[in-house]
Design a protein around this ligand. Structure first.
Ligand code: ZN
Length: 316
């Protein structure tokens, strides 16, 4: 069997397992519940899910989409979600493998994709961005950078525009000259991660801070109590910092633009459908919009660069 197929199959299975775990995360984290205990149970009869009833996709098929104890139907959304994450992990692996990037690159992108999917769902359903997901993502990105420095495109392939390492390139190049290469590569990878995290967090953080000042003075002058206190939540700022930690500083610039564009279009559609109200744009969650260009980035690359390549008359 060929190695790409075998690894691809492994990537799909891993994605399905992660997808199953994300179902738990999306339900429990915004409700302040532990993600490890108690073990999963049927929400209708409380029947504790046995290990063989917890195999992603397969268990649902073998159980005929019903709980083995009370025979109440289990939503098709569970296996569909698991399969979707499996497919996403498979796509990420295919990109890493086919472009010749080191395989550890997939580890960071898988973690990021899983975190981003759960944030999009939690923000859509509950309107919050849990710190547990964003902080753990930032720590994971930094640990992965130190353990697998070549898993970061800024180290493995800094000249590829499609990977977006332009902003951190001078810093990485400088640090690569410091001391023996074993230490220098890890240091440069960690610096690329921290630089992406701080810059992305600071850009959106300062925009949010300025925006909240403007909204405050607007509220005072026009006596509009229904205006939101901040244009975005601080959870969104942490989500951006996590993205910068995984994908680097460049990515955040493009993704923020992509997310804002999608958000703006959806906002216009919403305004067109209903009568315009003051609270409408504050009620729109940002994470689902941001997740679209973010997942495209890990599957395809820099969307703006690809668009340019597609439209440019001369192929380089
Ligand atoms: Zn049941």
């Amino acid at each position: 069997m060929d190695i790409q197929f075998l690894f691809g199959f492994f990537a799909f299975c891993l994605g399905a397992i992660v997808g199953s775990f994300l179902n738990v995360v999306v339900w429990r984290v915004p409700r302040g519940m532990s993600i490890v205990s108690p073990p999963s149970a049927c929400p209708k009869c409380g029947h504790r899910i046995r290990p063989w009833e917890n195999i992603p996709i397969l268990s649902w098929v073998f159980l005929g989409g019903k709980c083995s104890s009370c025979h109440q139907p289990i939503s098709w959304k569970y296996p569909a979600g698991e399969a979707a994450v499996g497919l996403l992990f498979w796509l990420i692996f295919q990109r890493v493998f086919s472009t010749g990037l080191p395989l550890p690159t997939a580890l960071g992108w898988w973690w990021f994709a899983g975190a981003m999917l759960s944030l999009a769902r939690i923000d859509y359903e509950k309107g919050v961005i849990p710190n547990l997901v964003t902080y753990s993502g930032m720590v994971a990105a930094l640990v992965l950078a130190v353990v697998f420095p070549y898993g970061r495109p800024a180290i493995a392939n800094p000249a590829d525009l499609n990977l977006g390492c332009v902003l951190s390139r001078p810093l990485v190049a400088l640090l690569l000259t410091v001391g023996p290469s074993v230490v220098a590569t890890r240091l440069a990878a960690a610096a690329d991660c921290l630089f992406g995290m701080l810059l992305s967090g600071m850009v959106l953080g300062s925009a949010n801070w300025l925006g909240s000042m403007a909204l405050q003075s607007w509220r005072r002058r026009h006596d509009k109590a229904d205006l939101p206190a901040e244009p975005l939540g601080w959870g969104d700022v942490k989500m951006l910092a996590m993205t910068g930690a995984f994908l680097g500083a460049d990515a955040c610039v493009y993704l923020l633009a992509g997310g804002a564009l999608i958000g703006f279009v959806v906002c216009l559609i919403q305004l067109g459908r209903r009568k315009a109200t003051g609270g409408i744009w504050s009620s729109l969650p940002f994470a689902p919009f941001f997740a679209v260009p973010a997942l495209l980035w890990v599957v395809l690359g820099n969307w703006l660069y690809l668009l340019y390549r597609l439209c440019a008359p001369i192929q380089y």
